[in-house]
Design a protein around this ligand. Structure first.
Ligand code: IDP
Ligand code: MG
Length: 151
């Protein structure tokens, strides 16, 4: 399986509820590698581009308003199969239908407050990483336990 990168973002509800550490820990313990991390309040332009595929949907305006309402923790994680795996760790879009053990299954009840975003495929991941981060913010490094991860 290919080494990939994915874009994840803890939404304002996750930050406001004090869930940043809880969420980061799940990806860290799994064994994925943190490549970039920053907190920001997204501009309306950034939010509209990020959710551009949903611009005709009735919830679009509310979604953009919410995602720009406070701090978001934006991240890039790397590893074999990380794009699909992160989506599994995150769980279904509707938290009430998300499996227990997933982030949304454990930590959320409301579709509009589902705590975290994750890229849904390789093209989306590349687009979103480029949208949220400059290349100098993406850190190439080799964890000291690298051999244990890949052998
Ligand atoms: P995803 O976050 O699981 O990829 P998408 O379908 O891409 O889900 O939708 C993006 C975000 O828009 C969701 O995470 C959710 O917060 C919000 N959203 C999606 N559908 C609805 C809806 O029917 N009502 C309100 N918010 C929605
Ligand atoms: Mg999506």
């Amino acid at each position: 399986m290919d080494v990939e990168r994915t874009f994840l973002a803890i939404k304002p509800d996750g930050v406001q509820r004090g869930l940043v550490g809880e969420i980061l820990a799940r990806f860290e313990r799994k064994g994925f590698k943190l490549v970039a991390l920053k907190q920001l309040i997204p501009s309306k332009e950034l939010a509209e581009q990020h959710y551009g595929v949903h611009k005709e949907r009735p919830f679009f305006e509310g979604l953009v308003h919410f995602i720009t309402s406070g701090p978001v923790v934006a991240m890039v994680w790397e590893g074999e199969g990380v794009i699909a795996s992160a989506r599994k760790i995150i769980g279904s879009t509707k938290p009430l239908e998300a499996d227990p053990g997933t982030i949304r299954g454990d930590l959320a009840i409301n579709i509009g407050r589902n705590v975290i975003h994750g890229s849904d495929g390789p093209e989306t991941a590349a687009f979103e990483i480029g949208l949220w981060f400059s290349s100098s913010e993406l850190i190439d490094w080799r964890p000291s336990d690298y051999a244990w991860r890949v052998e």
